[in-house]
Design a protein around this ligand. Structure first.
Ligand SMILES: [Zn+2]
Length: 405
């Protein structure tokens, strides 16, 4: 079992101290005052960003093979945009726009419509960055491209390739460009279609809504119920629709494993194995924090806290990225910290980030952590680690890329 993750032997809580804690380098990081640690993380993030841009963009002769946010060049552009938000460095913003432009060309024949794996990621990020740079013409171009995207009736509903992945991109544009840039009537219409399909797939089962992706009924953030419910909770729903979203989340909580973790899918209920953002407790915890905010019921915050315990105990994964790595799992603690204000959660985010800062490079080079197929990418590689380190600078502004708004 333990070959998926490192045993978490870090203390449950360490008080910050101005003087050296006198332990090994990780122990010293855990005790360091937040203001000093976050500066260390920021410096490391900015160094990592240079590496990520070089590896995914510079060395390839600026030719984009994989344009996606998930594993390709758009992930580097997203990281540059995030760095610009933290430091205000205009070079990052202009390089971000240059990469988005190349992604636009490279994605011309793609039929994918989501933020994380499709073209609305390119146009959405392009619009947000153009808005920041004050380039109205470029902003208009990306918005026009975005508005030309049509959803086929065949596409699934999940986050990585389906309808909610398109909806998330709409919400991102409205946040970074302006409310109603993409009309809420359009957003509502897509949400309504998703709910109709969810109801018909549920067919009087225990959950009010159910969805399939390639024949499997997933529960997690990437392909399943958690991801779909998470995006729907950002949309103005009718009371009966909101009740169904709430009921679906309660069904998920009721059917979790005794350990507090969640199955990957209805078809895979025997294996309590994955503690990833994509499958398992971490992605579901982020959704439950949002549910607590929207529905204002204690049950959701308690379930999120229980999921976060699983993440603390089994979430120190042997990968660095945000999809199924330590960086993504750290966002669970940041989210709970924002929701509760409890310093224990900030400590836990700090602990996961400190573990990465202290050990990731060594563990990766020794092969004790896996670099994955796209070792510099945002979702699977050190791009995600850089993003987490930037998000640690101000936990109140932290957002899981492509998921939290
Ligand atoms: Zn994953």
């Amino acid at each position: 079992m333990a070959d998926r993750f490192f045993d978490n032997v870090m203390p449950d809580f360490v008080r910050e101290t101005e003087s050296e804690a006198g332990g090994d380098s990780l122990t010293n990081l855990l005790a360091m005052p937040y203001s000093s640690l976050s500066q260390l993380l920021k410096r490391s993030a900015l160094d990592l960003k240079e590496t990520v841009v070089m590896e995914t963009w510079g060395f390839s002769g600026q030719l984009v093979q994989d344009f996606t946010l998930y594993s390709g060049a758009l992930g580097a552009a997203f990281l540059l945009f995030r760095a610009y938000q933290v430091t205000g460095n205009a070079n990052d913003l202009s390089l971000c726009l240059q990469i988005v432009k190349a992604c636009d060309a490279a994605s011309a024949s793609s039929g994918d419509v989501t933020f994380i794996c499709g073209r609305t990621g390119v146009f959405g990020l392009g619009a947000a960055a153009a808005k920041r740079s004050g380039d109205q013409e470029l902003l208009n171009y990306y918005l026009a491209q975005f508005r030309q995207i049509r959803l086929s009736s065949e596409i699934p509903n999940e986050l990585l390739y389906g309808r909610v992945g398109y909806l998330w991109a709409c919400l991102f544009v409205n946040k970074y460009v302006g409310a109603e840039t993409l009309p809420s009537a359009t957003i509502r219409q897509v949400a309504q279609e998703i709910i109709q399909q969810g109801r018909s797939m549920a067919k009087n089962g225990s959950s009010p809504l159910m969805f399939e992706w390639y024949g499997e009924r997933y529960l997690g953030a990437a392909h399943g119920l958690a991801g779909i419910m998470h995006v729907l909770m950002h949309v103005q729903l009718k009371p009966d629709e909101a009740e169904d979203v709430k009921g679906t989340l309660k069904y998920m909580i009721k059917s979790r494993f005794p350990s507090g973790n969640y199955a990957a899918s209805e078809e895979d209920r025997r294996r309590d194995l994955l503690v990833h953002w994509c499958h398992g407790a971490p992605g579901i915890a982020l959704t439950l924090v949002k549910a607590a905010e929207v529905f204002k019921e204690r049950e959701f915050l308690e379930a999120a806290a229980a999921a976060a315990e699983v993440v603390w105990n089994r979430g120190l994964l042997k990968r660095v990225g945000i999809c199924h790595g330590i960086s993504g799992n750290a966002y669970v603690f940041l989210s709970l910290y924002r929701a509760t204000g409890r310093s224990e959660y900030l400590y836990r985010a700090k602990a996961f980030a400190s573990f990465l800062l202290d050990r990731a490079h060594k563990l990766l080079s020794k092969g004790d952590m896996h670099g994955g197929d796209s070792p510099y990418s945002l979702f699977e590689g050190v791009g995600g680690m850089a993003c987490l380190f930037l998000d640690m600078v101000d936990p109140f502004q932290a957002r899981f890329p492509g998921y939290e708004l």
